[in-house]
Write a protein that binds this ligand. Structure first.
Ligand code: GLN
Length: 228
């Protein structure tokens, strides 16, 4: 499988994603935002960062980058696409996943480890995750997931919620919700379950040198499931 990591002006987690994938022995190339060619990549990653300085809203300018035409076409063909943090914000702005990411409830940028409970038993990214909680770093100012009642119902009914914020035992509580996201939602997938968006950063917990490999366990799912 060949991975492509898109680089927007202001991306700052692109190299982290490349490093994590290379540690997994994967072929990976960077894709410049002005390009029109996905270089034959099977799995596209929109990385974290501050694309276009987060003006006007996070992800709202990057969504119109030239390469997004090809990224959207890839997703619409059923191709795999994952947005991490700022990448999730770009996916939401491009309407590739439902809902929006609002300013964190406390109006602060939050950078800390949190715990995620895998939710969807049939989504590729979470189907094989069997632990109650995974410790993953979060680092964002606009990560409060919100959707209207109908959208929320369809996300729940279709098994499109990938992760909810939880405590270290896996309990999904208000106290474990760092940013005020609706129903503790930290990650979702689209109806076709080929587009994944999540606010926390698995690629920042995927190198033994960092002392936390929980993110690698999540990224490993991509390999297992896509090869099925
Ligand atoms: N780590 C990131 O991708 C940050 C996302 C975005 N710039 C925010 O603060 O919400």
């Amino acid at each position: 499988m060949k991975f492509g990591v898109v680089v927007f002006p202001g991306s700052n987690c692109d190299q982290d994603a490349v490093d994590a994938l290379e540690l997994m022995d994967q072929e990976v190339v960077k894709l410049w935002h002005k390009d029109h060619d996905l270089q034959g990549c099977d799995f596209i990653i929109l990385p974290g960062g501050f694309s276009y300085g987060d003006y006007l809203r996070t992800g709202s300018v990057a969504r119109f980058s030239p390469i997004m035409n090809e990224v959207i076409a890839h997703a619409n063909r059923g191709g795999y696409l994952m947005g991490i943090c700022n990448g999730f914000q770009v996916l939401a702005e491009a309407r590739l996943v439902p809902g929006v990411l609002l300013r964190n409830a406390n109006q602060q940028y939050i950078c800390k480890n949190i715990y995620l409970s895998p939710q969807s038993p049939d989504a590729l990214l979470t189907a094989g995750l069997d632990r109650p909680a995974y410790k993953i770093p979060m680092a964002h100012g606009e990560g409060r997931f919100f959707a209207d009642a109908d959208t929320l119902k369809s996300l729940n009914d279709n098994g499109q919620v990938l992760f909810r914020y939880c405590d270290e035992t896996g309990a999904i509580t208000d106290a474990a919700n760092p940013n005020g996201s609706l129903e503790n939602i930290a990650g979702i997938t689209n109806k076709g379950k080929n587009v994944f968006g999540m606010m926390p950063h698995p690629e920042r917990a995927a190198d033994p040198a960092l002392g936390n490999m929980d993110g690698r366990l999540i990224l490993d799912q991509i390999l297992k499931t896509v090869l099925v």
